[in-house]
Ligand binder design. Structure first.
Ligand code: URA
Length: 197
C-alpha cells in the first residue's frame, strides 16, 4: 500500500498529502505530527535521520531539538545552513517514548523516504546515524565502520547518488570525543560537492 502510494506521487507536495492520509503505520496514531521535512527541496545535500523525537513531534519539523541544534552547528562548519539543505527521516512519526522503530515499522515507511529522495534528487545524500544508513544502503554493517566512506545509494528508478554515512548528532551529544569524526565526514561532503560542481 505504502509502496503504491509513494510510487504514484509525482511531487513532494503530493507525497506529503499521501502520507498524511496513510493509515498503515501504527506510529501515526500515537504521534502528534507527521514530520515530513525541513529545508530546501532544491538543495544539493539531503540529510536523512532516523525518526522524530519529542521536540520534532511538537513542532512538526525534523531535527529541531538538541540534536538539531548540534546538526545546525555541523552544517555551519561546512558553510551551509538549514535553508540550503533538505532534511528528512526514515520514519516520519515519533515512536512512543522515543523507542527505536521496529524493523516492521521501518519497512512500512521505507517506500515514502525512498520516493522523497527520488523527488528531491540531491547531488549528495548524508545518512545521520546507523538506522538511516542501514535501512537505505541495505547493509548490516555498524555505523562506526560505515561512516566516513562513500557509498552509492541506488533509487528504484535506477538513479545513483553518492551517500556519506556519518554519526547521529544524538550519539555525538553522548560521545563528544567522536565529533571530530563527524566533522571529517562533513568536510568530505563539502569536497564531494565541490568536485561535482
Ligand atoms: N533524531 C532523528 O533521527 N531525527 C529527528 O528528526 C530528530 C532526532
Amino acid at each position: 500500500m505504502a509502496r503504491q502510494l509513494a510510487a504514484e506521487a509525482t511531487s513532494l507536495e503530493e507525497l506529503h498529502q499521501r502520507m498524511v492520509s496513510f493509515d498503515g503505520c501504527n506510529l501515526k496514531f500515537t504521534a502528534k505530527s507527521l514530520v515530513f521535512a525541513d529545508g530546501n527541496p532544491q538543495a544539493s545535500i539531503m540529510l536523512v535521520g532516523e525518526a522524530p523525537g519529542r521536540d520534532e513531534d511538537i513542532e512538526g519539523r525534523p531535527f529541531v531539538g538538541r540534536s538539531g541544534q548540534l546538526l545546525d552547528r555541523m552544517l555551519a562548519a561546512i558553510g551551509v545552513d538549514r535553508n540550503s539543505v533538505y532534511i528528512a527521516n526514515v520514519i516520519p512519526w515519533r515512536p512512543p517514548g522515543n523507542r527505536a522503530p521496529t524493523p516492521h515499522e521501518t519497512e512500512i515507511c521505507r517506500p515514502f523516504i525512498e520516493r522523497q529522495i527520488e523527488l528531491v534528487a540531491p547531488k549528495v545524500l548524508v545518512h545521520l546515524g546507523g538506522a538511516s544508513a542501514k535501512t537505505l544502503l541495505n547493509t548490516t554493517e555498524g555505523i562506526l565502520r560505515l561512516r566516513g566512506n562513500w557509498r552509492t545509494y541506488a533509487s528504484a528508478s535506477g538513479a545513483t547518488i553518492p551517500a556519506m554515512p556519518t554519526l547521529h548528532p544524538a550519539y555525538l551529544l553522548r560521545t563528544p570525543a567522536h565529533k571530530r569524526l563527524a566533522w571529517r565526514d562533513f568536510l568530505e561532503v563539502k569536497m564531494k560537492l565541490r568536485s561535482l560542481g
